[in-house]
Design a protein around this ligand. Structure first.
Ligand code: NAD
Length: 376
């Protein structure tokens, strides 16, 4: 197997999911390439060392620029807060490195465009970690839609609900709470959570033409961890939007961090002329399917346990009936990325594809401000 030397930037939540994926992928997938955990980069040397020891990285760096300069690194994996994606991705591409970037691609479309230009000019492999596409049940939904089983699509509905920012005492900013700081995150639930829903929707149901949105910031001021001062909150705490898809279907999307009782509930439902599909992150190995063409005496919603070997990705895992989980979506993305570089084919979503999600997010946020319909 050919080695692919990984340089990981950021060792938080996503740094862990990606490291796990690199370490596991060759045990389950037959691939030409093998990721080598060459270096992890974080600003705190002691913490980076602890992470490197735990996950098996050969070395550490405390400055991502130094990591990018290294000739023994083939691919830079960006797992930092959103405001750093652009600078790191462009520098990595200019140094001829492959770039794997966490979502959302960028703070906004203008930044994302520069990132696309950089990877395309450098001709380096690139992908954005919209991992939910590679949950087998979601991949199966794509297959069923592409086979035409649903017929004409009328409705697309998605929600991503959380409840962790309800307390007005929660500060904003800093290492733990950068998601509440617009300067680090770009936006609130729109870029953090709806971006996932939008990416899946564009993939399953095609492009969006226009959107109209409602956004709210329920807690208007929070103490900033870095300055110690009470500062205005610039992110959207909640966002609901409607859209028209290119295929004529109507979309309804909602996300909030104020849905008491929900920790990370991503659900989607698609209603077609013949059949409907429903998926729920809390039961991620199941795909709900209703087909009107069934014999009426047994017609009803069926719950497909997505574990058989003929279902997406599942032949690589255990035996039918035994399910996999959240972390496997990242392993699948690494497997597809490695297969893509071996074949010389782009790995979806590329930066350019992920830019479409950014355009929708920008239109949604603009509509949240002026309450008008916006073309995407
Ligand atoms: N695909 C998904 O489902 C998913 C889930 C969570 C987060 N994300 C995305 O992943 C990215 C990281 O999120 P997270 O949840 O892992 O955050 P996190 O706060 O857990 O980790 C961020 C890491 O970046 C490091 N960092 C910050 N500034 C740095 C710098 N200048 N140089 C080097 N390292 C630096 C932090 O020390 C930390 O290790 C974000 O873009 C986020 O939107 C994606």
């Amino acid at each position: 197997m050919k080695p692919l030397n990984i340089g990981l930037v950021g060792y938080g939540f996503m740094g862990r999911t990606h490291s796990n994926a690199y370490a596991s992928v060759n045990h389950f997938f037959d691939l030409e390439y093998r990721p080598v955990l060459k270096a992890v980069c974080g600003r705190d040397a002691a913490q980076a060392k602890t992470f490197a020891d735990r996950w098996g990285y050969e070395s550490i760096e405390t400055d991502w620029r130094a990591l990018i300069k290294r000739s023994d690194i083939d691919a830079i994996d960006i797992c930092t807060p959103n405001n750093l994606h652009k600078e790191i991705a462009i520098a990595a591409a200019e140094a001829g490195k492959m770039v794997l970037c966490e979502k959302p691609l960028s703070m906004d479309t203008a930044e994302g465009e520069l990132m696309c230009e950089a990877v395309e000019k450098a001709g380096v492999a690139n992908t954005v970690w919209y991992n939910y596409r590679r949950v087998p049940a979601v991949s199966l939904a794509k297959q069923l839609i592409d086979e035409g089983r649903l017929g004409r699509i009328f409705h697309y509905r998605a929600q991503f609900l959380q409840d962790w920012t309800i307390s007005a005492d929660l500060p904003q900013g800093g290492t733990a709470l950068w998601r509440l700081d617009a300067a680090a995150a770009g936006s609130g639930v729109t870029g953090d959570l709806l971006a996932h829903c939008i990416d899946t929707a564009l993939w399953l149901n095609g492009g969006m033409q226009s959107v109209t949105a409602m956004t709210e910031t329920f807690v208007k001021e929070r103490t900033h961890t870095l300055t110690g001062k009470v500062e205005k909150v610039g992110i959207d705490d909640a966002c609901a939007f409607m859209c028209r898809f290119d295929n004529g279907s109507l979309g309804l999307f909602e996300s909030t961090r104020y849905a008491r009782g929900h920790k990370a509930l991503y659900t989607l439902e698609i209603n077609g002329e013949h059949a409907s599909i429903r998926w729920d992150l809390h039961d991620l190995h199941r795909l709900e399917y209703f087909d009107h063409r069934d014999d009426s005496l047994v017609r009803g919603w069926r719950s497909v346990h997505v574990t058989d070997g003929d279902m997406p990705y599942m032949k690589h895992w255990w035996v039918p009936g035994l399910q996999i989980g959240y972390e496997h979506s990242f392993i699948h993305q690494v497997a597809d990325f490695l297969a893509g570089i071996a074949a010389g084919t782009p790995v979806s979503p590329t930066f350019r594809e992920a830019l479409e999600t950014q355009k929708v997010c920008d239109a949604v946020l603009a509509s949240g401000k002026d309450r008008a319909w916006h073309e995407v």
